[in-house]
Design a protein around this ligand. Structure first.
Ligand SMILES: *[C@@H]1O[C@H](CO)[C@@H](O)[C@H](O)[C@H]1NC(C)=O
Ligand SMILES: *[C@@H]1O[C@H](CO)[C@@H](O)[C@H](O)[C@H]1NC(C)=O
Ligand SMILES: *[C@@H]1O[C@H](CO)[C@@H](O)[C@H](O)[C@H]1NC(C)=O
Ligand SMILES: *[C@@H]1O[C@H](CO)[C@@H](O)[C@H](O)[C@H]1NC(C)=O
Ligand SMILES: *[C@@H]1O[C@H](CO)[C@@H](O)[C@H](O)[C@H]1NC(C)=O
Ligand SMILES: *[C@@H]1O[C@H](CO)[C@@H](O)[C@H](O)[C@H]1NC(C)=O
Ligand SMILES: *[C@@H]1O[C@H](CO)[C@@H](O)[C@H](O)[C@H]1NC(C)=O
Ligand SMILES: *[C@@H]1O[C@H](CO)[C@@H](O)[C@H](O)[C@H]1NC(C)=O
Ligand SMILES: *[C@@H]1O[C@H](CO)[C@@H](O)[C@H](O)[C@H]1NC(C)=O
Ligand SMILES: *[C@@H]1O[C@H](CO)[C@@H](O)[C@H](O)[C@H]1NC(C)=O
Length: 534
């Protein structure tokens, strides 16, 4: 079969370059052209993905700029922005700016900035595409401004205890909760933010520059403050963690009238990205050993193994994976932030997930992969809806899915597969999605596209873009690991993670299967590329 042929290319590339290219020292094209993807071939990317990655970083960096990805006045992210459907420019719609955001998007920004603060050349290329030499200093100023915004928000709305709700980030106005998050705060997004800041603090505090270390102390104070009220706000005893807490945002956490209550029956017990918040409570919530143990007991029923077998008579499988909620790539976020891959069984189970993600799409002739994402935009340029339920139904808890739209960021967990081949195969999938019409714009990759090629989402967002960028930077688990060791919590993280995953996973099937490459392209259905990126 065709896709088996494609596989053998990947294996040959792996055999020739067993160590990957993470230490690549070649030079990047200073100003690559906007529509660079169609100029590359799959074979070029497989042989050495780094020149392609250089171009990607340069253009995604046009999104992570003041006025586009964040508000230059307070360094706080915007969720994203609509693009003019003809030009691809972001300034065309009066209300195109999503002038609101959440802790999850902040997490992506801070992860990027952490690497730039460390002086990583790939990260400074994103932060400051046309002057990478200034990227480290720019990241410093952005983090300084951002901390001031977090502290000001905390002063204005002390009831949040330092945590962030979805916030309204309108130019010239103070940050405040969006209308639907007044007096409410989510756990999951804050867990993502906290470990990202933890990474950035490590970089700042170990810098030779005293100004960096001072800023690190400022951020550490904010982190420490979130620890103080974390349990009061989110923990209800016996392992129960609120998914969303209702509160009075104007009252101090310690005010006798403050009444933190779990909203509805939703609890945070998922074995996916929500786990980042569970760890924060576990290590820093001031809980006793019984309560700490109870958090994991409460989560256990959700951590389930399942065997993938291909539905298409290809004979692929069984491959053992952790059952997804939808098996959306978004669910793998936690491995960007904490050193999960130090636990062998986790690394193996997550590598199997990418065998399934890539080979499922390849064997079904799907030209991209799935993740929760904004739907395409309609004739008036507005987003039709949000497609949460996109993944691989046969290995998911939620089997009713909408599978007509794919998104470039679905590759981010593939990129994290170790040994260099994840980086190459992941990049080929990304290339295969963005070479389709309209999938590159003046701010890098476009949000999402229909499989039939009839429409794209003329939108750019942190979720659909910077997840990929941060994965290419290796996530921040390397910084987090060192700080966890210094704080004496690393071994416990390893032990507990190993205990929980080993209860469920012993012998894995399918570890000999190679990652698959795409065999199909999105058809040309007559869309025209954006005029400002053609
Ligand atoms: C998109 O840009 C074109 C070309 O500048 C312009 O004519 C059109 O009005 C813009 N569309 C919107 C919705 O602003
Ligand atoms: C913020 O966005 C909303 C929704 O798009 C819009 O109605 C509002 O005008 C925007 N405000 C500013 C100041 O941009
Ligand atoms: C944000 O604030 C602006 C200005 O007050 C308002 O027009 C907009 O509707 C708000 N958006 C959200 C999502 O709360
Ligand atoms: C947050 O605000 C409260 C109330 O004003 C204050 O006590 C606390 O120190 C603030 N936290 C930080 C990190 O500044
Ligand atoms: C929050 O507390 C203030 C001060 O006690 C009170 O005026 C306000 O009504 C409370 N808000 C809610 C939503 O309970
Ligand atoms: C706290 O809030 C919950 C739900 O909003 C309510 O049922 C409960 O009575 C409140 N408790 C106090 C002490 O006000
Ligand atoms: C199986 O995959 C091939 C492409 O490899 C595709 O043409 C065919 O429609 C698929 N069959 C099913 C049942 O999905
Ligand atoms: C996505 O858009 C398609 C039309 O392109 C529509 O059929 C589908 O219902 C939409 N789904 C969501 C969740 O918005
Ligand atoms: C989905 O998860 C719920 C809660 O753990 C469980 O009761 C249900 O059986 C699961 N369904 C599938 C199809 O995995
Ligand atoms: C981790 O597990 C090892 C081996 O079982 C044990 O020796 C060690 O004390 C544990 N460390 C922590 C911090 O739990």
């Amino acid at each position: 079969m065709l896709f088996l042929f494609a596989l053998s290319i990947a294996q040959n590339a792996l055999a020739q370059h067993p160590h990957g290219y993470n230490g690549w020292k070649g030079s990047c094209t200073a100003s690559p052209k906007c529509r660079f993807a169609p100029a590359y071939t799959e074979a070029q990317i497989l042989a050495n993905p780094e020149p392609f990655i250089c171009d990607l970083l340069y253009w995604e960096g046009h999104f992570t700029q003041p006025g586009i990805g964040f508000n230059g006045a307070n360094a706080m992210t915007y969720d994203g922005t609509l693009l003019n459907t003809t030009t691809g420019l972001a300034d065309a719609y009066e209300s195109g700016q999503h002038n609101f955001s959440a802790a999850s998007k902040e997490s992506l920004h801070v992860m990027l900035l952490a690497h730039a603060l460390a002086g990583d050349a790939s990260a400074t290329r994103v932060v400051s595409p046309d002057n990478p030499a200034g990227g480290q200093q720019l990241a410093f100023h952005t983090m300084e401004q951002k901390l001031a915004s977090y502290l000001f928000f905390n002063q204005t709305f002390p009831g949040f205890g330092g945590f962030l709700p979805w916030f309204n980030n309108t130019l010239g106005q103070p940050l405040r909760p969006t209308s639907d998050w007044v007096n409410r705060v989510p756990a999951l997004d804050n867990g993502e933010l906290l470990w990202a800041v933890y990474a950035a603090v490590h970089v700042l505090q170990t810098s030779p520059d005293p100004a960096f270390r001072t800023l690190g102390s400022g951020w550490q104070s904010w982190l420490d403050y979130t620890k103080r009220h974390a349990a009061a706000i989110f923990y209800r005893g016996n392992g129960k963690v609120c998914a969303v807490t209702t509160l009075n945002q104007t009252l101090l956490p310690t005010d006798p009238k403050q009444n933190y209550t779990c909203e509805g029956i939703d609890v945070l017990n998922d074995p996916y990205e929500g786990e980042l918040f569970a760890w924060w409570l576990y290590f820093f919530g001031g809980l006793d050993e019984v309560e700490k143990g109870a958090i994991w007991v409460a989560k256990r029923a959700q951590l389930v193994g399942v065997e993938y077998t291909n539905q298409n008579g290809s004979g692929l499988g069984p491959i053992t994976v952790q059952k997804g909620f939808w098996f959306s790539a978004h669910e793998q976020w936690k491995v960007l932030e904490m050193p999960y891959y130090d636990v062998d069984i986790v690394r193996r189970v997550f590598t199997n997930a990418e065998r399934v993600r890539t080979c499922n799409s390849a064997s079904l002739g799907i030209p991209g992969m799935y993740a929760s994402v904004n739907n395409v935009t309609d004739a008036t340029g507005q987003i039709i809806g949000y497609i949460s339920n996109a993944g691989v139904p046969s290995v998911a808890n939620q089997t009713l899915q909408e599978l007509d739209v794919v998104t470039p960021y679905s590759v981010f967990p593939t990129l994290l597969v170790e040994g260099g081949w994840g980086r190459r195969v992941g990049m080929v999938w990304w290339w295969n999605m963005v070479r389709a019409r309209k999938m590159q714009n003046p701010y890098g990759s476009t949000e999402s596209e229909r499989l039939d090629g009839t429409a794209v989402s003329s939108f750019v967002s942190w979720d659909s873009k910077v997840t990929t960028v941060v994965a290419l930077l290796g996530g921040v688990s390397g910084f987090v690991r060192v700080k966890m060791m210094e704080e004496g919590i690393y071994n416990e993280f390893i032990n507990v993670t190993n205990r929980e995953y080993s209860r469920v996973f012993t012998d894995l099937e399918g570890e000999d299967v190679a990652l698959c490459l795409p065999i199909a392209a999105v058809p040309d259905a007559g869309l025209a590329d954006y005029t400002d990126c053609s």
